[in-house]
Structure formats: structure tokens, C-alpha cells
Design a binder for this molecule. Structure first.
Ligand SMILES: [Zn+2]
Length: 416
């Protein structure tokens, strides 16, 4: 169905499309600089500083770092508060020999910019910085204050830095959060949650030469593994996000090759549907293991910010799903329709994001849109298509105007 778009939105979209190419080179230069910096989780300092420099150069207001070291600044001064979020930390290089280009040397080939973090999530950072810049330059922030965040600690502990920002630093609660993670220019309205559980099977140590005096925890883990595996068929299921999953990913024992192992600790990766809590997950596993000599607990995610804050906490990242009729989603569709004549697909992510906190924990309407493609994320083919980068930038430039329009009155449903 063809959406009916108000004239001022159509005019602004035309303005955004014709103005965007003028910022493309500066944006690519900024992204290339970010790629040159190796910024693993907890080591984002140089990329945060480079982002602050860009904010200053472009004339953003409120240029600062959070206590966890996120790079923050804003444009506009309206009563509606949007948070544009993309993270500066990146997945670690497994083996540099697998990379077709040196990972920290940005290379443009056939319209694609290659380099570590291009698809996750430095391409997203360049998108939101220049999207907000363009909105300000063209006078399109309307009723919105748009805070742009180059976020930290997302790869290892998605949502932890954002929780600290909102609950400890006192950052004002946004009306909506937009995540510029990989979506290939489609909209994403949620993802399953995840958590890490430790199951410790208790045995009894003895010298390996006299095994009859001990209790072998590895052998005792056998029925535990079977019971955990049998749970897989009965996990909660969401009609949109699909079923939860549960996988034993690691097994650890004391490092003593000539003893009967006194314990065996299993690590479980569990993917969650919205509404599952740490207690409900731990209790369901305890129940499945009733009568076995085990201890079940939520793991702790260790993480330290580059500014020196210890943000370690329970390894629980809730799932979330934005309502199909949410005004935020309507605004996302309408923005695309205004720019390109049609609204994109609306899907859900396979992986987890900072939305685990913003939507899953804090209940803030959250939506994903980014230029990067999931197939390149965490691979040696890491890249972003520069034409898509510019298109996503146009989306972020026009979005505040459309969101203002949607939130002004009862326009949320009339466009579709
Ligand atoms: Zn990411």
C-alpha cells in the first residue's frame, strides 16, 4: 500500500537526498580513522577520543564522555529525546592470516570500505554521527534533541555501559533508542535475549591410580548433559522471535591429569524469549537436574571500561520485541518511504545488541537500522558498502523530523 506522506516530509526528504553526497568524503575519512584504531572491548579510548574530535569539528553541543567512556554529544534542543547508538568496540581478530587485507588498514575496493569493525559497528558510528550532523545542518531536528553515542563495552557486555549511563550517570531517559547495527537497510524490532549459566557437577578427588576411592565428576556429568540436552525441545517459544535455544558450550575440570576429577563445570549458552528472567531460567535448569549432585548459577560477565570502571555483573541480557504498531516503527517505515518511495522489511536480529538494556530492561522503545550486512560481521571479509552507508545516513538525518510528526498528534497509524 502506498503511504500518504505530508508535503513537508517529502520536501525534507528531497533536501536530505540532494545534500547527503556533500558530506560523504568527510564521513569516509572519519570511518577510515576509526578503523585504523584497534579498539577491543575495554580499549575504546582512542576511538572515543577520535569521535569526540569529530563532534567538535562538526559543531555538536554537549561534547563529553560518560563515566564508562562512551563518546556523547547532541544536536537540536527539542522536548523529544532520541538516542542514536552504535558501538566503538570490535570483535577480536582470530588470525590475521585469514584476512584478504590488513584488518587495521582501511581499503576501498569496488565501492566497499574494508577493515576491522567496518560492519560491527564503526560503519554505524559514522552513520549516526553524520546523520545527526546533516539533520542539524539542514534544520531538520524539529521537536527532537538527538544524542549521538559512540558506545563502549558492547561486544562483551551489551547494555552494561548503557545501564551505567542511565542509572548511575543520570543520563535523561530517551523517548526512543535507534541502534545502527547491521540491518542491511531493513528495520529490526527486536531479538532474543541470552544468558550464560554455570552448572557445577560435584565429584570426589582421588589419585588416578586408585579411582575406586573417588567419584569421577566427568562421568557424573553424563546424565546432566543428557538432561540439559533434553530441555532443548521444551524451551519457551515466541511467535516472532522463534524458540529459545540451549547449548553446552564449555566444560572445565581441575587441571590435574593424574587425579580423579573432583568437579566438572559446564557452561551453557541459553537464548531467551521476552519475559524470561534470570530466576525463571536458573529454576528451570535446577528442576531438570533434580536429584543430581549439581550447583546451578548465573555466570558473571567480567568487564572493565577504558576509563577504569569495573562494570562486571550477571551475564543476563533480556530479549525484546517492539510492538508491530509502535509509533517508533511507523516513524522508521515512514522515513524510508519518504526517502525511497517504499518501506523496507521489518525483521528481528539473530544476535544481541544494546537493546538488551534499552528495550529489554528499561522498556524504552528501540529500533534498529544500519547500512552494514550481517554476513560480514565478525568475519575477515569485514566491510561496509559506501552507497548503503550514505543511504543509512540519510535515514538518520530525516528521522527526527518524521518522529516529531508522528509524535505530534495521532498520526501514528494514518500513514499506513
Ligand atoms: Zn555490534
Amino acid at each position: 500500500m502506498q503511504p500518504s506522506l505530508p508535503e513537508h516530509v517529502i520536501a525534507a526528504a528531497r533536501q536530505v537526498r540532494s545534500s547527503a553526497p556533500a558530506i560523504a568524503q568527510a564521513q569516509i575519512d572519519f570511518l577510515a580513522d576509526l578503523i585504523r584504531l584497534r579498539t577491543y572491548t575495554g580499549e575504546e579510548g582512542p576511538a572515543a577520543k577520535r569521535t569526540l574530535d569529530e563532534f567538535q569539528r562538526l559543531g555538536f553541543a554537549g561534547v563529553r564522555t560518560s563515566s564508562a567512556g562512551d563518546a556523547l554529544a547532541h544536536v537540536g534542543d527539542g522536548p523529544l529525546h532520541l538516542l542514536y547508538d552504535a558501538h566503538l568496540d570490535e570483535n577480536e581478530i582470530a588470525d590475521e592470516a585469514d584476512w584478504p587485507h590488513p584488518p587495521l588498514t582501511p581499503i576501498i575496493n569496488k565501492g566497499k570500505l574494508h577493515g576491522l569493525g567496518a560492519s560491527d559497528c564503526k560503519g554505524g558510528v559514522a552513520t549516526i554521527v553524520y546523520g545527526a550532523h546533516l539533520a542539524r545542518q539542514l534544520g531538520l531536528t524539529q521537536d527532537c534533541t538527538v544524542t549521538v553515542q559512540g558506545a563502549t563495552l558492547e561486544e562483551d557486555a551489551e547494555g552494561f555501559a548503557m545501564r551505567h549511563l542511565m542509572e548511575v550517570d543520570g543520563f535523561p531517559r530517551p523517548d526512543a533508542v535507534l541502534l545502527a547495527e547491521a540491518t542491511d537497510l531493513t528495520l529490526r524490532r527486536g531479538h532474543r535475549g541470552r544468558c550464560e549459566i554455570k552448572v557445577k557437577v560435584q565429584g570426589k578427588a582421588a589419585h588416578a591410580s586408585t579411582p575406586e576411592l573417588g567419584e569421577n565428576a566427568i562421568l557424573k556429568a553424563r546424565p546432566v548433559l543428557d538432561a540439559l540436552d533434553a530441555m532443548s525441545a521444551k524451551l519457551p517459544e515466541d511467535p516472532v522471535l522463534g524458540p529459545g535455544t540451549q547449548v553446552v558450550t564449555m566444560a572445565r575440570t581441575p587441571h590435574t591429569p593424574n587425579s580423579v576429577p573432583a568437579w566438572c563445570e559446564l557452561t551453557i549458552d541459553r537464548r531467551l524469549t521476552p519475559g524470561e528472567t534470570a530466576d525463571s531460567v536458573v529454576n528451570s535448569i535446577r528442576q531438570a537436574l533434580t536429584g543430581m549432585d549439581v550447583e546451578v548459577k548465573l555466570a558473571t560477565q567480567q568487564v572493565r571500561s577504558w576509563t577504569g570502571l569495573d562494570l562486571s555483573g550477571p551475564a543476563f541480557f533480556p530479549g525484546w520485541l517492539l510492538n508491530a504498531d509502535a509509533p517508533l516503527l511507523t516513524a522508521g517505515r515512514l522515513t524510508c518511504a519518504a526517502l525511497w518511495g517504499r518501506a523496507p522489511r521489518v525483521e528481528v536480529w539473530k544476535f544481541s545488541t544494546n537493546g538488551a538494556y534499552s528495550a529489554g530492561e528499561a522498556g524504552i522503545p528501540t529500533l534498529g537500522f544500519g547500512p552494514m550486512e550481517e554476513q560480514y560481521v565478525h568475519t575477515p571479509q569485514d566491510q561496509v558498502d559506501l552507497a548503503k552507508l550514505l543511504k543509512a545516513t540519510m535515514f538518520y538525518a530525516l528521522f527526527p523530523l518524521v518522529f516529531s510528526f508522528i509524535m505530534q498528534g495521532d498520526h501514528a497509524n494514518e500513514a499506513f
